[in-house]
Design a protein around this ligand. Structure first.
Ligand code: FAD
Length: 824
């Protein structure tokens, strides 16, 4: 009777044993497990600590007794394999309870020893209160300390799956958590802008996030707690530290037996899971596998692959020809109310493999907006630029992320393209999805890009392109723009674009954006048909805003998160409001700017001092309502999150709410705007003296040049410019640039102006051109009035470099943010 010995009795080992028995009733199967338990739910351990899994026994998927009785497997817990003698085909086993060693021969050997938590080589990692999480006893120890009320503050080191799950579950136990991560982002399989969505949610959920901060040391504090020293020089107080910086393969046995190992110590196997010795199989976290996207070997320590590999090894041992196809890295993790999932390669992986790729980001509703509870689901697709074949995808959202990632994982494994995603027929009824499923929409946008219907630019490319002259147009509604926009963006709502597109300089390239990209796509199509060179910002302002914001928590300014945001875990019922609301507003299912517009209308009907209770499911509502209240003189009294909803309590201020207006918030930088109407030298000098003064005081300055004032911005020599006769005559009659300006009084046929220039020179007062240059160097925004330019026939080529051309809306937007406006 052939004997198969299996080292490791949890995910891979127990599965292999069960499959062997199903295939061969006569086989002798011995499972050797170092720990106390076999076939336990290591994936459930964080939830046992947090209390979501209440019964410890629920973690025991099977027991040695059950395995013996039901599948006739000889399970030996607390038995450790010390050595493999391949020549003799036997292993040396230590019975850890009896303290005795014995040899055990095998016909086939399966290694499924897993991976152990990495423990960094820094002082203090062995102090009491410092834990890793791999086994049930690890979870018991962590839970016991919390149950005993000894953990008020914890530091979780590492922002991977286990670190994030532990952060959430510690918060669920009322622990204040600081997450320390060496990289600039959590969840390495995500690209940065998708991880930024997770960062925001972590901060909003009450976790203090310290990114780009490696663990340096842990030491005992004077109060008996721990002090965590991070690489950025900060110190974090803690009662408990959980180390979750990754895992390393348990391949010592394989190495000692001379089996071939990869560069990071993983066992090398073939498609049947055989090691370099055909009688020895290996699987699970200990092996390296093929990345089907890049074709390179890598390691993916996940339970799904371990289970599939176990089945294939068992089939091969029992005479089958099953082959492992590689690991696609399909994974999912819950981070408070958010679900984060990935499959395939991310941008970093593709760059590393030298594979060309394109990306698109879409933000869709998980189900139709009119059915309650719809929430945002963000999808990033990575695909080949030539044929659109999928290379990877990332999904971050609140609902149905599992459905989306599994669809995309299936598509990826089937070799589908983004064009195929357009055609996928997916289930739909209002509570579950949309007639255009988020996956279809991701496919449409990517396919539009490949077909050339839409030209796209990524948020990370914008800065360099703008430096090179790209203009930016925001086509969202007034209220959305007022709640935040890209610095320096022109604002033309989509509905006005057909009548106002001429405000855009046709000689420049323009990027259009809206909240998620849909309205910007329409704007792009309009502008393109008017001959403009236009690109759409992938993922819209939603992606740009989250990627550009400060990612780490404000560690010096108390606990982070949206003002008043509850760090408490989701509860079934809404917390009782402290104050009775006069009106309640249900804005669930509405998308930005819907909830804010609804709040605005509801507040109009209230008396000063009365309270509104507004509930919304749009995740951006928490931020938007806080900003809206601040700008409109109302007070956000409280903000709660429960059951995927955000509830805001707003007290109406004495100011009647209207369209958002500038906040006189002390923390906002002050700004000055000027309308420069005159082309008199003295007035021009005054305006630039004031501008330079304001800039020197750290203030923002925007100068809007209109009518005669436009002449200040003219070049002396503009080269060949095509003009009508009237335009040319206007041009001759008006001064060309600062050098041609004259004084408003005492000009005396030019003598007064000459004298003034000499006096300025002798007294070392900067000339007008020097003052203008200095203002521009220091960041003043000089805007030439588009309408006046057209009227007077002044062409863009006639203006000095660095001047923007804009409409009144651009200027009004700046005055909204300024605390003083001058008319010169
Ligand atoms: P394991 O399941 O770790 O089993 C290896 C066993 O081998 C261990 O019990 C070990 O004691 C034993 N062993 C090692 N050396 C010897 C020896 N010399 N002699 C005898 N016995 C030995 N994956 C997911 O896909 N989704 C999740 O949500 C998820 N969550 C996780 C949460 C936590 C806290 C942890 C720790 C892991 C999680 N994983 C998750 C990863 C998943 O558990 C592993 O990928 C999977 O268990 C790997 O299976 P394996 O058989 O290779 O190793």
């Amino acid at each position: 009777m052939a004997r198969t010995v299996i080292v490791g009795g949890v995910a891979g080992g127990a599965s292999a044993a069960a499959r062997l028995r199903r295939r061969d009733e006569a086989a002798e199967i011995v499972v050797l497990e170092r720990g106390e338990y076999v076939s336990f739910a290591n994936c459930g351990l964080p939830y046992y600590v947090g209390g979501a899994i209440a019964q410890r026994e629920a973690l025991l998927v099977s027991t040695p007794e059950k395995l013996r009785a039901e599948v006739a497997i000889d399970v030996r817990t607390r038995h450790e394999v010390l050595r493999i003698d391949r020549a003799a085909k036997q292993v040396l086993v230590r019975d850890l309870l009896a303290g005795q060693d014995y040899p055990l021969s095998y016909d086939k050997l399966i290694l499924s020893p897993g991976a152990q938590p990495l423990v960094p080589n820094v002082p203090g990692v062995d102090l009491p209160g410092v834990y890793s999480l791999r086994t049930i006893p690890d979870a018991d120890a962590i839970k016991a300390m919390i149950d005993a009320g000894r953990v008020r503050r914890a530091v979780v080191v590492g922002g991977g799956f286990i670190g994030l799950e532990m952060a959430e579950n510690l918060v669920a136990r009322g622990v204040h958590v600081t997450l320390v991560e060496m990289l600039g982002q959590v969840m390495a399989p995500l690209d940065f802008e998708m991880a930024a969505l997770v960062h925001r949610h972590l901060r909003d959920s009450g976790v203090l996030l310290a990114l780009g901060s490696a663990l340096k040391a842990i030491e005992l504090a004077e109060d008996g707690g721990l002090v965590v020293h991070a690489g950025d020089g900060r110190q974090h107080q803690a009662d408990m530290v959980v180390l979750a910086i990754g895992v390393q393969p348990e391949s010592t046995l394989a190495a000692q037996a001379g089996l071939a190992l990869g560069p990071r110590g993983h066992v090398i196997v073939n498609e049947h899971l055989q090691t370099s010795d055909p009688d020895v199989y290996a699987l699970g976290d200990a092996i390296q596998v093929l990345n089907p996207v890049t074709g390179a070997p890598y390691a993916v320590p996940l339970a799904g692959p371990a289970n599939r590999q176990a089945r294939i090894a068992a089939d091969h041992i029992t005479g089958g020809d099953a082959r492992y196809r590689g690991t696609w890295g399909t994974s999912i993790v819950k981070v408070f109310d958010l679900t984060v999932a990935t499959v395939g390669s991310n941008a970093r992986g593709l760059q590393g493999a030298g594979l060309p790729y394109l990306t698109t980001i879409t933000h869709s509703q998980d189900h139709v907006a009119y059915y309650p509870g719809a929430t945002q689901q963000s999808i990033k697709l990575l695909y080949r630029p030539d044929d659109g074949r999928l290379l990877g995808s990332q999904v971050v959202g609140y609902n149905a992320v599992d459905r989306t990632i599994d669809t995309l994982a299936t598509a990826l494994q089937a070799g589908m393209t983004v064009y195929d995603l357009e055609h996928l027929e997916l289930a739909y009824a209002p509570p579950y999805g949309a007639a255009k499923d988020p996956v279809n929409i991701a496919g449409y946008v990517a396919a539009n890009r490949l077909r050339g219907d839409s030209h796209m630019v990524e948020w990370s490319e914008l800065a360099a392109l703008r430096e090179a002259g790209l203009g930016v147009v925001d086509v969202r509604e007034e209220v959305e723009f007022a709640l935040g926009h890209m610095e320096g963006a022109l604002h033309i709502p989509l509905g006005q674009l057909r009548t106002r597109y001429a405000e855009l300089d046709p000689a420049r390239q323009w990027a259009v954006y809206c909240k998620v990209g849909r309205r910007a796509y329409l704007a792009e199509r309009i502008l393109r048909q008017h001959g403009y060179d236009v690109v759409n910002v992938s993922g819209g302002y939603t992606t740009y805003e989250v990627a550009m914001e400060k990612q780490s928590s404000d560690l010096d300014g108390g606990r982070s998160g949206v003002a008043g945001a509850s760090a408490a875990p989701s509860a079934e019922a809404a917390p009782e409001p402290e104050v009775q609301a006069a009106v309640t507003l249900d804005a669930c299912g509405l998308q930005c700017p819907g909830p804010i517009m609804a709040v605005y209308k509801a507040m109009e009907g209230l008396q000063p001092g009365q309270m509104l209770r507004a509930t919304a499911t749009d995740p951006g509502f928490a931020r938007d309502v806080a900003a809206w209240a601040e700008r409109t003189g109302n007070t956000l009294v409280d903000l709660q999150r429960y059951d995927h909803r955000i509830e805001a309590f707003l007290r109406k201020g004495l100011v009647v709410p209207g369209a958002p207006r500038p906040a006189a918030h002390p923390s906002e930088p002050t700004a000055k705007t000027m309308v420069v109407f005159s082309a008199d030298l003295d007035r021009a000098l005054a305006s630039f003296v004031i501008a330079n003064g304001a800039l020197a005081m750290g203030q923002k300055v925007t100068m809007f040049f209109t009518f005669w004032g436009l002449n200040i911005l003219r070049r002396q020599q503009a080269g060949q410019v095509s003009k009508t006769l009237v335009e040319r005559m206007f041009g001759w009659l008006m001064p060309k640039g600062p050098g041609a300006l004259t004084l408003s009084r005492l000009n005396m046929g030019g003598l007064g102006t000459l004298m003034m220039k000499q006096v300025m020179h002798s007294k070392r007062i900067d000339s007008l051109p020097a003052l203008m240059q200095s203002a521009m160097d220091n960041g003043a925004r000089l805007i030439a009035c588009q309408m006046t330019m057209e009227m007077m026939g002044i062409k863009p080529e006639e203006l000095i470099d660095g001047v923007e051309i804009g409409g009144v809306a651009t200027y009004i937007n700046e005055t909204d943010r300024a605390n003083a406006t001058l008319l010169i």
